[in-house]
Design a protein around this ligand. Structure first.
Ligand code: GRG
Length: 297
């Protein structure tokens, strides 16, 4: 059996995710056309697909079927895209650029952006609860509950609320970490857990993957803060330097650039350590940890 290079594997998962999402999103010709068009506009043709990549890597390790992995990966990405659409709205981050394109409320209008986000969130739960999506209905139910919790007020939405309330405040490092564990980390953690639950790992193995996922969730945010400082708008496909401009606390503002880089390296090392018991099966998860540390955008 030939093993794909990481770059080829990543390109394959990104292409498969694009096709799977396109097939699952309502056609733009279906009433209400404007809403469906906005959902497709914001979901398709962009994004690194980090969460689906994590779901695929964990699902492949767990021996899950391709169809279960695909359903879980699409569900997580729909939640992620909904969060970006709402985050960009004038009532939150008020941004005009996302994934190199005008944001949904700019390209369409605010009401459509709100509804597109809402509908993407509910589509995620339609996908993860589809009959037969997982081989084991008990695990499917567990995955559904996990995704709901990770997205809600004790997960991503809660982290966003803390983020909005912290503008202009001098957060301590533990406070900043608490916010990011929820805002960014919870969904990344869910992406790995859903992949694991789609297969048949035991609870100790799921626990090890969760330790990996917690580190990756925080690592993703630390790198995001570094990129917001050092990269430009064209590279990022979203407005660079926004955190400083909005007076938002970040790892870079609290620790400085070189300590933030050191923190990223430490989190990546801990993520690698969590995978020690899986041997070669965890190759893609290891490669993804390294990709997240070194990602250019
Ligand atoms: C509106 C409930 C609600 C939540 C919003 C995720 C989020 C919470 C806001 C996004 C703001 C932001 C820039 C967060 C930092 C980390 C992050 C999630 C970046 C965007 O994710 P990427 O880089 O985006 O994976 P792509 O476009 O590649 O999918």
């Amino acid at each position: 059996m030939t093993t794909l290079s990481f770059a080829d594997w990543m390109a394959r998962v990104q292409r498969d995710t694009e096709n799977a999402l396109s097939a699952r999103l309502p056609a733009a010709s279906l009433v209400p056309e404007r809403l469906h068009d906005a959902m497709r506009y914001t979901t398709l043709g962009g994004g690194k697909r980090v969460r689906p990549l994590l779901t695929h890597a964990a699902g492949e390790l767990a021996g899950a079927s391709a169809s279960a992995i695909e359903a879980a990966a699409c569900a997580v990405e729909c939640i992620h895209v909904y969060s970006l659409v709402h985050d960009d709205m004038p009532c939150m981050d008020d941004d005009v650029l996302r994934r190199g394109k005008p944001t949904v409320h700019v390209e369409y209008d605010e009401a459509t952006a709100l509804l597109a986000g809402d509908a993407l969130q509910t589509l995620a739960f339609e996908l993860i609860t589809a009959p037969g999506a997982f081989a084991d209905p008990a695990r499917q139910l567990r995955a559904t509950a996990l995704l709901a919790r990770a997205s809600g007020s004790r997960g991503m939405a809660g982290g966003q609320a803390i983020d909005l309330a912290s503008v202009g405040k001098a957060l301590t490092r533990p406070e900043l970490e608490f916010m990011h564990i929820h805002k960014t980390g919870a969904l990344i953690r869910a992406a790995v857990q859903l992949g694991a639950l789609a297969g048949d790992l035991d609870d100790a193995q799921i626990e090890s993957l969760d330790r990996y996922a917690k580190n990756i969730g925080l690592l993703f945010q630390v790198v995001d803060d570094i990129l917001d400082t050092v990269a430009d708008t064209a590279t990022l496909g979203k407005t660079a330097g926004k955190d400083a401009a909005n007076n938002k606390p970040t790892y870079v503002s609290i620790m400085g650039l070189s300590e933030a880089r050191e923190l990223a390296r430490g989190l990546a090392a801990d993520a690698h350590e969590a995978l020690a018991g899986f041997g070669d099966k965890a190759l893609r998860l290891r490669e993804l940890a390294d990709y997240i540390v070194n990602r250019p955008f």
